[in-house]
Design a protein around this ligand. Structure first.
Ligand SMILES: [Zn+2]
Length: 380
């Protein structure tokens, strides 16, 4: 099985396709649940599968520190370790080094940092990041890049993007091709159209199996993010998958699919689930809110997950009030199910050439009830 992307339908710029990998097929658009340290927090692998997820993400930074990439390899790889035989995408570790590690020092060679866990010293280069992801047995390996901080001047963004391009070249050279495995380059360039164009051109020359769009959802706002997607999308090969990193709210996902994105990952549904916030077809609910104390109705009557089909809002409220573990477990399962059903609905609509109407219907649902606490907008 070779690594490939089959484009099946387009509706405007929106795309429906199938990603074929050594570990199985993924219908797109798709949302990847974040399995930070070899686990999607609060979820068994069976529970993740039950949400409809076809591909999960692992974090190189966390796994290289604990249990270490070499140990994961000795234990049979990440698929076996976490009981996820399906496709796994791993990030390069770079983003989390910059956000979590201590005493970071970045130069042309890579990033030197101290672990946030025990202070031990580590070095991450494009070659080492690629090797770690090989040891983890990642279906999709990401190149080491610098996520350009926001805001950045044109000069800063250009310098950062050029470093990412040089690192992408080194990452590509370090990648071991295997049947059904792929490596994605990452387009940077901050909020500057000319830099996004230069980045996309340099990366497509390296002929990656897919392309990520990085450095967005870092504070530039949704309108600017969409503008950058409109510029970047057409520069990428139509027959390769496109992955928008670290995005986002359900509304961000719908708007990004409309602009040609195929793959997403974000901690939002899992993190929100652990903090009593639910994404539903009627908007965002906070289950800690006292108004749910006697509410015997399902969280989302349109959802078939365990939380919605077997329990009431009152029970979920009770679990969070008592700080029972089952609250975060059920709500994480619900939020991931909601995200997956959003992707499945989007895909079906694109195949039927009805995507804009689908988005309008979903958005009307979010606004259909009296605005809830934090309703309709983003969270965490
Ligand atoms: Zn549900």
């Amino acid at each position: 099985m070779s690594f490939s992307y089959q484009l099946q339908a387009t509706d405007g710029a929106a795309r429906a396709g199938t990603l074929s990998t050594a570990h199985g097929d993924v219908p797109t658009p798709t949302f990847m649940a974040v399995g930070t340290a070899g686990t999607v927090k609060a979820m068994t692998a069976d529970a993740v599968r039950a949400t409809g997820a076809k591909i999960v993400l692992g974090n190189t930074y966390h796994l290289m520190l604990r249990p270490t990439a070499e140990r994961v390899a000795r234990l049979g790889g990440l698929h076996k370790l976490m009981d996820w035989p399906g496709p796994i995408l791993t990030d390069s570790g770079g983003f989390q080094v910059m956000s979590l590690a201590k005493l970071r020092k970045m130069d042309e060679a890579g990033v030197t940092f101290r672990s946030h866990i025990d202070g031990s010293k580590h070095h991450l280069s494009p070659e080492r990041s690629t090797e770690i992801q090989y040891l983890l047995d990642a279906t999709i390996t990401m190149v080491l890049d610098e996520c350009t901080p926001h805001p950045a001047t044109h000069e800063e963004a250009a310098k950062s993007m050029q470093l990412t391009t040089r690192w992408a070249r080194r990452s590509r050279a370090a990648f071991t091709p295997r049947q059904g495995y792929g490596q994605f380059g990452i387009v940077q360039g901050s909020t500057y159209a000319d830099l996004r164009r230069d980045s996309a051109a340099a990366l497509t020359d390296l002929d990656f199996e897919g392309y990520a769009i990085g450095g967005l959802a870092v504070g530039e706002g949704q309108a600017m993010m969409f503008a950058m997607l409109e510029i970047t999308g057409p520069l990428l090969p139509a027959q390769k998958p496109r992955y928008l990193m670290g995005v986002g709210t359900p509304d961000d996902l719908l708007g990004s699919i409309a602009r040609g994105v195929d793959m997403f990952d974000c901690v939002m549904p899992t993190r929100a689930g652990r903090t009593a916030r639910a994404f539903t077809s009627a908007g965002i609910f906070n289950l800690r809110n006292a108004r749910f104390i006697d509410d015997d109705t399902p969280l989302d009557p349109h959802c078939g997950c365990l939380a919605c089909s077997r329990h009431s809002r009152a029970y979920l409220h009770h679990l969070f009030r008592c700080e029972e573990m089952l609250g975060p477990i059920l709500l994480t399962q619900h939020n991931l199910t909601y995200y997956q059903s959003l992707m499945q609905g989007a895909r079906a609509a694109i195949l039927e050439q009805n995507y804009l109407q689908y988005c309008a219907n979903v958005r009307a649902g979010w606004n259909s009830v009296i605005p809830r606490e934090g309703g309709g907008s983003t969270t965490s």
